[in-house]
Design a protein. Structure first.
Length: 447
């Protein structure tokens, strides 16, 4: 039986015999209402957990010799996204760039990569009872079959990479990807998005990068795969570590990408204070962005009553739900809400003044874009996951299972935390104890 199908109520034959149907129906309805004490609410119907798989074992089985020392880290981070694989209980997921953290040295935070040889991977999973099993894994590789790695791309644009203790600098790698969203095309290839450039990445069914689409003017050189400057140049102003995060595939094959956070336009302060981020529509047939939309977050204390910092708002997942409709996840690390949004032609701002970084005030600076004449797609709250008991924090992946059920996956950050306490004196991980889970949530009113 599917983990998200509720048990059916049965009426004992001795009770049913001789009772008029109308009376019986009234009895059942009244009993159901009394038991529920009101309208049915969204609820968790099933949770499954990924077991412990040493990261070195996992990585070296895909690309032998890539990880010499995994420092006690287990496979994690597959919660960057989740996409139905066709069979009940099976999903495609994708890791991010790998174990990473931050340590402050001389007053400045340094980005650490404890397992620099780790290569991002596409991971197929199956929910089996209360366990999440890995049933297939595909390394993401360059044209010549080498690992892309998860290391930063460009000095001066991306965070400088350091060793686990933040004491030794590591080399940049133009091939590196911080992969997030994933969908699978009809031909078996995959589309991924990346936070570094930010970029849209097309990979073969076996993980080889076919093309990486980046913002115009990025000038990314030295890659071992084709790079095409096809995304709006304004994306060059993405907030560090907050590039493209959500990815959906519409019924016609077009892709919708979500920028995780507002752009830093004209500066970081404006981006941190803004409630406006962007969605982009990409045509794989035309190899081009065909539309762009201004997306408005709800106030941060509405999304997460425990938070007052607007910069903590993020979009981590977008899901196609028919036609031009999407589910958009607005979240902080502690809470998340799913909104239904329709992308209409009259809301397209591609090529408008707000695609230029010289426009003042910028889109991000507008307190109310709609009153300034900027079309903003309407949205409707589908579910506040922060009010559903049993939903873990940091949900980054959402998939539609059926009309009434969603599958959620969390990013456990490979069990890592920030700071000098992330590793012990022997350089072994002090695990956070947070596991990767797949959680089914049933919505009584459907999606």
């Amino acid at each position: 039986m599917s983990p998200h199908v509720a048990g059916k109520h049965r009426i004992h034959r001795s009770v049913a015999l001789g009772v008029p149907l109308a009376v019986l129906a009234a009895f059942v309805m009244a009993g159901t209402a009394d038991a529920a004490s009101g309208p049915a609410q969204p609820r968790v119907t099933h949770t499954a957990t990924l077991g412990n798989i040493p990261l070195g074992t996992f990585s070296n089985a895909l690309l032998p010799g890539t990880v010499g020392d995994d420092r006690g880290v287990d496979l994690g981070g597959i919660g960057s996204d989740i996409y139905p694989a066709g069979r009940k209980g099976e999903f495609w997921t994708v890791t991010d760039r790998g174990p990473n953290g931050q340590i402050k040295v001389a007053g400045t935070k340094r980005r650490t990569f404890p397992v620099p040889g780790f290569d991002p991977a596409i991971v197929k999973i199956r929910v089996c009872g209360d366990t999440v099993k890995v049933i297939d894994s595909i390394p993401i590789t360059t044209s010549s079959g080498k690992p892309v790695t998860g290391l930063s791309n460009q000095a001066g644009r991306d965070e400088a990479p350091y060793s686990y203790d933040a004491q030794t600098s590591l080399p940049y790698n133009a091939n590196g990807l911080d992969t997030e969203g994933i969908v699978r095309a009809k031909d078996g290839s995959f589309w991924l998005i990346d936070e570094y450039s930010p970029s849209l990445v097309h990979v073969s069914a076996r993980g080889k990068v076919l093309t990486r689409y980046v913002p115009k003017g990025l000038k990314l050189t030295g890659t071992d795969y084709p790079v095409v400057e096809a995304l709006p140049a304004v994306l060059l102003h993405r907030k560090t570590n907050r590039g493209l995060e959500g990815l959906a595939q519409l019924p016609d094959g077009d892709l919708v990408m979500a920028l995780q956070s507002p752009l830093s336009l004209p500066d970081a302060d404006a981006g941190n204070a803004s409630l406006t981020t962007r969605l982009l529509r990409f045509s794989p047939r035309k190899h081009a962005v065909t539309a762009e939309y201004a997306y408005r977050f709800d106030p941060v204390n509405v999304v997460d009553p425990s938070e007052d910092d607007t910069s903590e708002l993020k979009i981590s997942s977008v899901v196609a739900i028919g036609g031009d409709r999407l589910l958009v996840e607005e979240r902080t690390d502690k809470a998340a809400r799913l909104q239904s949004v329709r992308l209409t032609r009259d809301a397209n701002i591609l090529g408008s003044p707000y695609d230029s970084d010289t426009t003042s005030p910028s889109l991000e600076q507008l307190d109310d874009p709609a009153s300034a004449g900027v079309p903003v797609p309407a949205k409707r709250l589908v579910v506040d996951l922060g009010t559903v008991a049993g939903v873990p924090g940091k949900i980054e992946g959402v998939a539609r299972v059926d009309h009434d059920t969603l599958a959620l996956i969390n990013d456990n950050d490979f069990g890592m935390t920030d700071g000098t306490g992330a590793f012990d004196a022997q350089g072994r991980l002090v695990d956070s104890g947070i596991e990767t889970t797949v959680t089914y949530v049933r919505l009584p009113r459907g999606i």
